[in-house]
Design a protein around this ligand. Structure first.
Ligand SMILES: [Zn+2]
Ligand SMILES: [Zn+2]
Length: 224
C-alpha cells in the first residue's frame, strides 16, 4: 500500500506562455490561503486574466524578475486591472521600465506602458504571498537589475532569464555582461543547492544540480 506524503503541496502554479517570445508568465499561489502572485506578465493580459479566473485564486502581487519587454509589457495593465502592487525588479533595471513603450515598438508589441514598480527589490530582502516566502537574490549579467526569487522551504527558484535548461541568458543587450552573469550563477545560485528546482523565463525548467553538472556554460565546454 502506498503511503501518502505527509507534506501536502504548499503551492500550486500554472505557466501561461505570453508574447511572441513565448515567455513563461507564471501564476503561483499558496494552497493554504489561495492567495496568488503573477510573475512576469509580459503581455497577453486577457490570457493571464483567464488563467486567474480558471484557477479561482486571489492575485495580490505582481513580481518582476527583470525589465525586458517580454517580461513586463503587461505589468502596468495588469496592475490596474487587479489593483495589485508590482514588486521588482532591482532599480538597476529602471532604464528598461522607463522605455517599455519604445522597446515594445521595436518588436511590434503594442499596449505596453512605461511604469514605476510599487517596490524595488534588493539583495537580501524577502517577499511573500499567503504563507509562501521568497528570498531575493540580485543576479546581474543578463540585465543589470535581474533578481531571482528563492523559496527555501520548497527548494524552488524563479530565475527569470539568468539561467536556462542547458543555457544562460543572453548578454548582448544594454547593460548585459557575460562574466557578471556567470558570476551571479556560480556565486549566488549554485550554492543554494543541487536539489533546488527552478523555472525560467523561456523553455523548460531544470535544477541547479542538473545545470551545474551538464550546462556547457557552467562546465566550461561552451564556446562563448
Ligand atoms: Zn530578458
Ligand atoms: Zn525573456
Amino acid at each position: 500500500m502506498k503511503q501518502e506524503s505527509e507534506t501536502k503541496a504548499k503551492a500550486g502554479a500554472v505557466i501561461i506562455p505570453v508574447t511572441a517570445f513565448e515567455q513563461n508568465c507564471m501564476l503561483m499561489w499558496c494552497e493554504a490561503t489561495r492567495k496568488a502572485v503573477v510573475f512576469d506578465p509580459g503581455g497577453d493580459v486577457p490570457k493571464i486574466q483567464a488563467a486567474i479566473q480558471q484557477t479561482q485564486v486571489t492575485v495580490e502581487k505582481i513580481w518582476l524578475t527583470h525589465g525586458h519587454i517580454d517580461h513586463v509589457g503587461g505589468a502596468a495593465e495588469l496592475r490596474d486591472a487587479l489593483k495589485a502592487p508590482i514588486e521588482g525588479p532591482h532599480i538597476a533595471d529602471k532604464f528598461l521600465l522607463d522605455n517599455v513603450v519604445a522597446s515594445g515598438a521595436r518588436f511590434g508589441m503594442t499596449g505596453g506602458r512605461d511604469f514605476t514598480p510599487d517596490r524595488w527589490l534588493e539583495e537580501g530582502q524577502s517577499v511573500s504571498i499567503g504563507e509562501l516566502s521568497f528570498d531575493i537574490l540580485h543576479c546581474p549579467g543578463h540585465s543589470p537589475g535581474s533578481v531571482v526569487f528563492f523559496n527555501k522551504e520548497m527548494r524552488f527558484a524563479h530565475v527569470g532569464d539568468v539561467l536556462f535548461a542547458g543555457s544562460v541568458g543572453r548578454t548582448d543587450l544594454p547593460g548585459g555582461d557575460h562574466a557578471t552573469l556567470i558570476k551571479s550563477i556560480t556565486e549566488k545560485l549554485l550554492p543554494l543547492g543541487d536539489d533546488v528546482g527552478f523555472i525560467c523565463g523561456h523553455g523548460p525548467g531544470s535544477s541547479f544540480g542538473q545545470e551545474r553538472m551538464t550546462n556547457p556554460f557552467l562546465t566550461g565546454t561552451a564556446f562563448t
